[in-house]
Each structure stands twice: as structure tokens, then as C-alpha cells.
Write a protein that binds this ligand. Structure first.
Ligand code: BTN
Length: 321
């Protein structure tokens, strides 16, 4: 009922919805409506009640609400459990602790409104203020370790496709899993695996997407390379609706991968890849390879032809020349 009331208010942002209309919609008394509205306010929603007019919802887009996500979500099991915190160091670290301390079902999602020690690939920091989407998904795939590298690409395709609804299909991928719009990075993925030689035990997929956190508030070094959905689309988006699209897409591509449909993933990766067929350079920790990116192989490695040799690269940072 609470979600029904909220949905009605979301459909009329900044406008008064009468208690009578809400009572009619839900079949509840006006006192019961008032109680639900108070609970929504407690959950962080900015709702003003005006006597004789009704309830007005404002600035709801950055309120992360796991009940709302679950109501909107249409998945098999991804997101069946959602843990939402206002602040944590890193959702990937929280996920790891949870796996160590308790039974965590596959598909559990951990979301934070902000991270104080967000982590990026290659040991970098990840700036994570309120307004962005910072979450981790816990998976337990039964896989040999060598197939796990491909998961990086699977998740990149999934996130890029999941954002298409909000970005007019303009997302691209920089290998292995940076999400770009119009040449600027809008999101990234940090995959953390634990396993032994016999195979993978757990996988934490950490996803960071700049949504309503505008680049105007980024530090000067990040401002030129990054972007956010609000900067690209001009609209403040509902974080809950955006995460729903991304989670649904993650499940879809993860399922294809588990079924062994690697060709679908490779084809989509190639279609979305920012630098395929282009001249790139790639840092390999001290050594740099320069050449044309001729392809991606079935293990997810990047193929770079420097004119003499075709290098197969498993890790590194791509730069377009
Ligand atoms: C990158 O592009 O370097 C990867 C960035 C990944 C950031 C996300 S935000 C949620 C999760 N928690 C973290 O500390 N990192 C990932």
C-alpha cells in the first residue's frame, strides 16, 4: 500500500495529490493514508501535507528505497535481497564481510547512498557522493577460473545495455568494463573474485554509475574525463528506476553467459566497444603496447597488433590515440 501511495505521488511530482484520491486508490481511510505518508517521510522522502489540497512529493530521485526497487524489479533472483545503507566505506567490502560472516543468497544486492572509501580498478579511489548509484551484487557461479575473465565483459555489456533506456542508446564500453557516454566515463565495474584452483567460489560485482552527481562537483582532474547521466541527459533521474534497469540487464546477460552463449556477449561487446579497429596504447605496468585493437578473444583478452606481433592483453588501461 505504501508503495502504491508513493507511486501515485511520483507520478505527480511537485503537485498536490489529495488524501481522498489516495484513499480511493488504496481503499484505506484518510488516517491510514496519513500514517503511510509519515512512514515515507521517515524513510527520507520530502513530502509536504497541505490542508485542503493534499500531499506534495519533492526531490525524491536520490532517495534509495529498497521496497520501491523490489516493487519495480522483474528478475528471477537478482535483487531478491537488497541491503541498503546510507553510508559505507565500499559496498564491495561490505559484501565481502557479509559473505564471510553469514549465509548470503545468490543475487543479493548491497547499495549505499554514499561511500567513504569507494574503490576503483587498479587500486584507484572511486568518488562516491550522494546522487550516484553505488552497489554490489553477490554471485556464486560454478565456473572454472579461466572463464571468469569473461565475466568482466559480460557485466560491462549488461550495464551499458541497462542504461540505454536513460541515455538514448549512447553508451559505449572501454575495455574491459568502463562505461562511456560521448567520450566521457559515466561508470565502472570492480569485479572481485574469491576461489581456488578448482574454481570460483564467490564473485562480487561492484557497479558505480554517476547519475545525479554532476561533474560540476567533481575534482578538477576528474571533471574533464568523467560525466554523469544528469550532465548528459539534462534530467534528474530516479536512482531506483535506474538501478532496476541495470539489475534486470545484469541478470539477462549473466544468464546468457551461464548458458554458454558467449557469442552473444562477444558480439554485443564488439558492437559497443569504443576502440575496436582504432589505434590505442595500453599500459601494462611499466611497459606500454601501442597498436591497432584488432579484436577481443573468447577469453575476454584484448588483441592489439603493433605491426609486428598481435599481443593478447589480459589486464591494463586502454588509451585512445
Ligand atoms: C572503475 O572503473 O575503476 C571501477 C569502479 C567501481 C566502483 C563501484 S561503486 C560500488 C562498488 N564499491 C566500490 O568500492 N567500488 C565499486
Amino acid at each position: 500500500m505504501r508503495q502504491l501511495i508513493l507511486q501515485k505521488l511520483v507520478e505527480h511530482p511537485g503537485k498536490a495529490v489529495s488524501g481522498e484520491a489516495l484513499a480511493h486508490l488504496t481503499g484505506l481511510s484518510r488516517v491510514a493514508i496519513w500514517k503511510h505518508v509519515e512512514a515515507l517521510k521517515q524513510a527520507g522522502y520530502n513530502i509536504t501535507g497541505i490542508r485542503g489540497q493534499g500531499y506534495i512529493l519533492r526531490d525524491w530521485q536520490n532517495v534509495i528505497d529498497s521496497d520501491r526497487i523490489q516493487m519495480l524489479l522483474n528478475t528471477r533472483n537478482l535483487g531478491d535481497r537488497i541491503y541498503h545503507v546510507n553510508e559505507t566505506k565500499s559496498t564491495n567490502t561490505t559484501a565481502r564481510q557479509m559473505i564471510l560472516e553469514q549465509q548470503v543468497p545468490e543475487g543479493t544486492v548491497i547499495i549505499a547512498a554514499r561511500q567513504t572509501g569507494g574503490r576503483g580498478r587498479q587500486g584507484r579511489k572511486w568518488h562516491s557522493p550522494v546522487g550516484g548509484l553505488w552497489f554490489s551484487v553477490v554471485l556464486f557461479p560454478r565456473l572454472e577460473l579461466q572463464r571468469a575473465a569473461l565475466l568482466s565483459l559480460v557485466m560491462a555489456v549488461a550495464v551499458a545495455r541497462g542504461l540505454e533506456k536513460w541515455t538514448e542508446n549512447s553508451c559505449q564500453i572501454k575495455w574491459p568494463n568502463d562505461i562511456f557516454i560521448n567520450g566521457h566515463k559515466v561508470g565502472g565495474i570492480l569485479l572481485e573474485l574469491s576461489g581456488e584452483l578448482d574454481g570460483l567460489h564467490s564473485l562480487i560485482v561492484g557497479v558505480g554509475i554517476n547519475v545525479n552527481n554532476s561533474v560540476n562537483n567533481f575534482s578538477s582532474d576528474l571533471r574533464n574525463i568523467g560525466t554523469s547521466l544528469v550532465d548528459e541527459t539534462g534530467s534528474t533521474l530516479d536512482l531506483n528506476e535506474v538501478i532496476v534497469s541495470v539489475i534486470e540487464s545484469m541478470e539477462k546477460y549473466y544468464d546468457s553467459f551461464l548458458k554458454g552463449d558467449d557469442n552473444l556477449i562477444m558480439d554485443e561487446f564488439r558492437e559497443l566497444c569504443l576502440h575496436l579497429g582504432k589505434e590505442i596504447s595500453i599500459d601494462l605496468g611499466g611497459r606500454r603496447v601501442k597498436g591497432v585493437n584488432t579484436g577481443i578473444d573468447i577469453n575476454g583478452s584484448l588483441l592489439v597488433d603493433d605491426g609486428m606481433t598481435e599481443h593478447s592483453i589480459t589486464t591494463g588501461d586502454v588509451h585512445l590515440i
